[in-house]
Design a protein around this ligand. Structure first.
Ligand code: HEC
Ligand code: HEC
Ligand code: HEC
Ligand code: HEC
Ligand code: HEC
Ligand code: HEC
Ligand code: HEC
Length: 244
């Protein structure tokens, strides 16, 4: 069966709604008796804007779109075996986010499908601020969520690389990528998007200038961050040109 869901900006198809043997959908209000804190903050979540175009799921079944039909869980007074917890298994997220599922299947990825990590390490499923930990400007929050586990790249540096102010995701695809280190590009194009190659009468034919420096021979050796060049790509405490 196909469920159509829609929200203010998007519409997505849920291929198969979650099932729990013997249970039916009851709607968000039924959860409030015992999980008042979550029900209270949930309206801020982008998931609260979903509407289901199917009679089996009442319009306000947001909670159950991830947790499955709740009637048996409630009848049993809250038994965990009658409710799906996507914090333990992201399958229920993938019923709608098929593209994200595909990204986590790319050769380089965070080990979510392997069960070593979860969506909730980076995303808050209930609150309005979908990035964890919540608070602050969107981009700062996003980098902070990476900082929980990657301190070497996120600590303060004497010579910062300003690129990081635009977020880790200008260079990394956090779900997965075909490139090593989950980079969005595997070659100097990763850097040339912001550090345009210099053109002009002072640049000899066939030479590649980046900044004030002739990079022609460097780029024959490898990419910008390998071959002993800008290896301190996240920032350096000794070299303004991010070489070490
Ligand atoms: C009658 C009270 C009650 C109602 C109503 C209720 N729950 Fe629960 N729920 C509980 C209790 C108690 C626990 C703790 C169970 C445990 O730790 O074993 C729980 C735990 C959970 C968990 C965590 C399960 C896990 O794996 O640890 C989820 C998810 C959950 N509830 C979702 C819901 C949803 C969604 C609704 C509404 C459809 C709902 N609950 C309605 C009492 C309730
Ligand atoms: C986008 C999917 C999604 C929606 C929608 C959702 N949840 Fe959750 N819920 C999760 C995930 C993921 C976890 C596991 C969190 C973790 O492990 O940190 C969780 C955990 C829980 C828990 C147990 C852990 C806790 O934080 O206490 C309860 C209870 C719960 N949800 C209730 C609800 C209720 C009630 C609603 C609706 C108001 C709701 N959820 C809506 C994904 C969702
Ligand atoms: C029933 C379908 C459905 C399920 C299940 C679902 N999502 Fe979503 N999710 C959506 C839709 C639709 C949007 C787009 C909302 C919008 O654009 O406002 C969305 C948006 C998001 C966003 C982006 C929010 C933003 O601000 O751009 C994140 C992150 C997300 N979901 C994570 C999750 C996680 C993690 C789970 C599982 C715990 C999950 N979703 C389960 C349908 C779903
Ligand atoms: C390592 C941290 C991390 C994990 C783990 C993670 N995400 Fe994300 N996710 C992000 C970041 C960062 C963005 C913002 C990407 C951007 O702005 O380019 C994002 C964006 C999204 C979006 C909105 C944009 C899009 O790509 O469609 C959705 C939906 C989403 N994530 C769902 C999920 C689901 C579902 C899971 C678990 C299966 C998950 N994420 C696990 C970091 C993570
Ligand atoms: C909960 C911890 C956690 C969070 C949060 C997290 N990561 Fe990771 N990250 C890991 C783990 C674990 C690995 C190692 C994966 C492996 O070896 O399979 C990893 C690997 C990586 C790698 C590749 C390293 C390599 O050797 O291939 C990059 C790049 C990366 N993470 C970037 C990010 C970014 C960007 C964010 C924020 C959007 C983020 N991570 C958030 C745990 C985390
Ligand atoms: C300007 C592009 C760029 C930005 C922005 C960026 N990275 Fe990276 N990152 C790279 C490159 C290039 C590598 C590969 C370095 C290598 O191959 O040794 C890398 C490697 C990594 C690794 C693997 C380190 C290792 O030793 O294997 C992690 C983890 C990582 N980055 C996390 C982050 C986090 C977290 C952020 C945001 C705070 C971030 N990166 C922002 C370009 C970037
Ligand atoms: C999102 C844009 C962006 C990306 C992508 C980016 N940078 Fe930068 N980078 C900057 C900004 C902004 C500065 C500071 C202003 C300047 O010096 O141009 C900077 C500064 C630098 C500097 C110091 C320049 C100096 O002489 O002070 C180096 C070296 C550098 N970047 C290397 C790289 C490399 C290598 C990559 C690819 C792995 C890269 N950058 C990707 C934006 C970016």
């Amino acid at each position: 069966m196909i469920f159509l869901i829609s929200c203010s900006t998007t519409s997505t198809t849920v291929v198969a709604p979650l099932e729990i043997p013997g249970a039916h959908f009851v709607g968000n209000k039924a959860c409030a008796d015992c999980h008042a804190d979550i029900v209270r903050k949930f309206p801020m979540s982008p998931h609260a804007r979903l509407h289901f175009e199917n009679a089996a799921m009442p319009g306000q079944s947001g909670c159950e779109s991830c947790h499955g039909p709740g009637s048996e869980h409630i009848r049993s007074g809250g038994a965990a075996k009658f409710i799906i917890n996507p914090g333990k298994n992201p399958e229920s997220c993938f019923q709608c986010h098929l593209d994200v599922h595909a990204e986590f299947n790319l050769p380089q990825h965070h080990p979510v499908i392997e069960g070593h990590m979860n969506c909730t390490d980076c995303h808050d499923p209930h609150g309005g601020d979908i990035f964890k930990p919540a608070g602050g400007l969107a981009m700062a929050t996003q980098n902070q969520s990476c900082a929980q586990c990657h301190q070497a790249q996120t600590r303060p540096f004497v010579f910062e690389h300003e690129a990081l102010r635009e977020g880790c995701t200008v260079c990394h695809s956090p779900h997965g990528s075909i490139n090593r280190k989950m980079l969005v590009e595997s070659d100097p194009n990763l850097c040339l998007r912001c550090h345009a190659q210099v053109q002009g009468p002072n640049v000899p034919a066939g030479h590649i200038y980046i900044g004030n420096t002739d990079h022609t021979t460097f780029l024959q050796i490898g990419t910008c961050w390998t071959s002993g060049c800008h290896t301190a790509i996240h920032g350096s405490n000794v070299d303004p040109r991010l070489r070490y």
